[in-house]
Structure formats: C-alpha cells, structure tokens
Design a protein around this ligand. Structure first.
Ligand code: FAD
Length: 400
C-alpha cells in the first residue's frame, strides 16, 4: 500500500513540531511541508531583543536545517484550499493532493489597519517588537530615552502572545528607573482589551507593577492612526455613555502593535470559520480537527480555538493533532483532547519574570511547585536561556 500523504501548510513553530512528532511515530509517512520562507524565526525572543538582552541574529536560522529527516520541503506558498478534492494550490500553480492536511501558516499582521503605521515604522521613534527588522530599534529608543511621554499600544482583537504588547513596557520602565529618569517619564498603555490580563490571579500582579511604575492604562481603546512626523497617536475611547470619542496623544516614543487576523488566503477559503470576524480556521477546540472536513487539522496562531496564541499552546496542541490525524488515517475515532493550555512568560523587570500558565477556563495551570503569580529570577532564566535552547533543540525536533 502506498504511504499516506500528509501535507503541512506552514513550517513555523507548529508545522515543524507536528512533522517531527509524526515521523517519530511512523517513519513511513509521506510528509511534505509547504513554506516559502528560507528563514525560521524564534519570535518569543523579540521582546528580549527590544529590551537589549538578546541578539536578534540568534533568533533566525535556516529553515532547511530544521526540516525533519524524512519530510520534504516544498518552497512555495499555498494560495488556495480545495478540501472537497483533498488538494491545495500553490502560488506557482502547482497542485498537491493529500490524504490528510495540517494547516498552520500563523497569523497575519494587519499594519495597514492603523493609518500611517507602516510608513513610520522603524523611524520617527515608532517601533514594534513584532517585526524582526524593527525589534532592535525598540532598544535604541529605550536606551536613548531622556524622559517625556512613552506610549505602548495593544490592538483590539486577538494577537500572538497577548503579553508582548505590555511586557516591553515593564522592561522599559525598569530600565528608566535604573537610569534615574522614570519620574521624568509619562507612560501610557493604550489597550484594545478590557483588562490587563484575562486570568485574575496574574492580573493582580501586573496591576501592582503598573501602579509601581506609575503607568496610566487606558482600556477598550482603538488606535486608528500614528503620525510619526507629528509624533501623535490617534485613538477612539468610549465615554461614560459608551460613545466613541476621537482622541490624540503626543509621544516621544511609541511601541505599537498592529491588529492581527488569519492570513488572507485562509480568510478567503472554505476552511475559514464564517462566524469568526478574524477569519480563523474553524476547528473543534478540543480535537483540533476541522469542523467540516474530517481529514483537515489546524493548530497554532491560525485557528479559531479560543486559546491564547503562543508557542506554549502549540506544545500542547501538536501531540493532540498528531494522535488524532493518525487516528483519522487509520479510520479510528479521534480521542485526544486539548484543554486550551497556554502560557505567557511576562518579565516584570530585568531579572524577574512571572510565568502565567492557564487553560480555556482562565484557570491557572501552574507547572512548578511554587506560586507562579510571584515574579522570579528562575523564571527569567527559563525565558532567556532555557526556552530558546529547548525550542531549537527539542521542540522543533518533536522531543519536547
Ligand atoms: C514579539 C513576540 C513575542 C512572543 N512571545 C512569546 C512567548 O514569550 N511565548 C510563547 O509561547 N509565544 C510567544 N510568541 C508567539 C509565538 O511566536 C507564536 O505563537 C508561534 O510562533 C506561532 O507558531 P505558528 O507555527 O502558528 O506560526 P509561525 O511560527 O509564525 O509560522 C508560520 C509559518 O507559515 C509560513 N507561511 C505563511 N504563509 C504561508 C503560505 N501561504 N503557505 C505556506 N506557508 C506559509 C510562514 O513562512 C511561517 O514559516 C511571541 C510572538 C511575538 C511576535
């Protein structure tokens, strides 16, 4: 019998983890990973790059070196899904047939949804750690800041690593405190969310950090425009009656984060959830199987599963996808279940970090035998040293 053909769309954190784990279970599988990028990025370190404690060049490696032995790499971009015919169509026009499909091309950064943002990004004191090219500029701005107004923004809607828009703010404040200038800084957090963190136990710690740093949070605001030359951010904020008011704030530095959604080729495909405003892939949130196409699975940042979009979540989703996909190929029922686990390592100052772990119900799911709401040095070492090593050497190789 010919080997079962599995296509994986996206060779990022999720795609390589799943490919490696599948091959560890069954070497005879015929696996192709479709991804146009010659580089693979370790994005979680970009916050540390922005804070001046991690070399940007250590966050990128050649994709070719991480394609697992036994899998083929097709260097192309998928443009179309034909799930009724079990086919994908690529940008080059090539068409590939599969027995099972894994969809994981990540999330799309919608820079254009904030007017002027893309044009001023990386200059005029406007930065963003969500870009490999621009994250080092964040550190330039923090290091050279002499006081004034620093604005940090967080968009409306889901983003990858929900903590990243505010993690960098705590590190900046700590740096400015150590430089003796924090009392000359007015720090504002303009957030599209309603609270600082969805899990109340961890939110309590962050609320304290915000207070101690004299940060002014503004919740449920929508940043609409950044004028880099005029050093002004424009946003909508609701008044007491719930009416959106257009407001503006002058800044001396601004770390902004773009709104995010499913990549356009997902949004415009039959795999997208028609009821999801961001167009994410429609999956059963426990089994990660597509709700309408039984031989299609999705994981990582592209799905409509209401988990926080992190690499930590992928660590728990990947084995579920692997078990259930092999079950489908063997005509067995899908039984493995994902509980919504995600984790957000939040540095609260240089040398201290709170490892927030939780599930779909926003209940803390602490791994370590101590109270993780308290920021600790050991967790900082986990984030800065251990996790990057684990990522390249274990997670992408399917052994962690
Ligand atoms: C600043 C920042 C800080 C973060 N901090 C943390 C953290 O502390 N902890 C944590 O766990 N997570 C963190 N994350 C989130 C984490 O990086 C993502 O959740 C994770 O990378 C998602 O993996 P993925 O495989 O879904 O997508 P990605 O890793 O983004 O990979 C997607 C892949 O799909 C490919 N692709 C795109 N379009 C196509 C196409 N048309 N056809 C084929 N392939 C395509 C891309 O080239 C890419 O290789 C952070 C992210 C950022 C940006």
């Amino acid at each position: 019998m010919p080997a079962k053909k599995i296509i994986i769309v996206g060779g990022g954190n999720a795609g390589l983890s799943v490919a490696s784990q599948l091959l560890r279970k069954d070497k005879s599988l015929d696996i192709s990973i479709i991804d146009p990028s010659e580089n693979h990025y370790y994005q979680p370190a970009w916050t540390l790059v922005g804070a001046g404690v991690f070399d940007i060049n250590k966050t990128v490696r050649a994709e070719a070196d991480y394609i697992p032995h036994g899998a083929a790499w097709i260097r192309d971009a998928v443009e179309k899904f034909l799930p009724e015919e079990n086919k994908v169509v690529c940008k080059t026009g090539d068409v590939y047939q599969y027995d099972a499909l894994v969809v994981c091309p990540g999330i799309q950064l919608d820079w254009q949804k904030i007017k002027g943002f893309k044009e001023t990004l990386g200059k005029n004191s406007v930065t963003c750690n969500y870009s490999f090219d621009v994250a080092p500029y964040t550190w330039e701005l923090i290091k050279n800041f002499k006081g004034g107004t620093a604005v940090f923004t967080n968009p409306v809607g889901p983003v990858k690593c929900g903590g990243a828009p505010h993690k960098i703010m705590y590190l900046a404040c700590d740096y400015w405190r150590k430089q003796g200038i924090l009392d000359k800084c007015k720090v504002h957090f303009l957030s599209g969310a309603g609270v600082i963190f969805d899990v109340k136990e961890y939110a309590a710690t962050l609320t304290e950090i915000i207070k101690n740093n004299n940060i002014q949070p503004h919740f449920t605001v929508n940043v609409t425009e950044i004028d880099g030359v005029g050093k002004t951010v424009y946003y909508e904020e609701k008044d007491a009656a719930g009416i959106a008011m257009r407001k503006e704030m002058k800044f001396d530095m601004c770390h902004a984060v773009p709104p995010q959604s499913a990549p356009d080729f997902i949004k415009n495909s039959p795999l997208s959830d028609p009821n999801n405003p961001f167009g994410f892939v429609e999956v059963n949130k426990a089994t990660m199987q597509h709700s309408r196409f039984a031989n299609v699975f999705a994981l990582g940042d592209c799905t409509n599963a209401p988990a926080k979009k992190t690499g930590a979540a992928i660590r728990k989703q990947a084995p579920v996808v692997v078990t259930n996909l092999l079950a489908v190929l063997a005509n067995q029922p899908v039984i493995a279940q994902y509980d919504g686990y995600s984790a957000c390592p939040i540095p609260t100052q240089y040398g201290k970090l709170m490892l927030a772990e939780f599930d779909y119900s926003n209940t803390p799911k602490m791994t370590f035998p101590f109270d993780q709401v308290k920021p600790r040095w050991t967790m900082w070492i986990l984030k800065t040293k251990i996790l990057p090593w684990l990522y390249w050497n274990k997670i992408l190789k399917g052994t962690a």
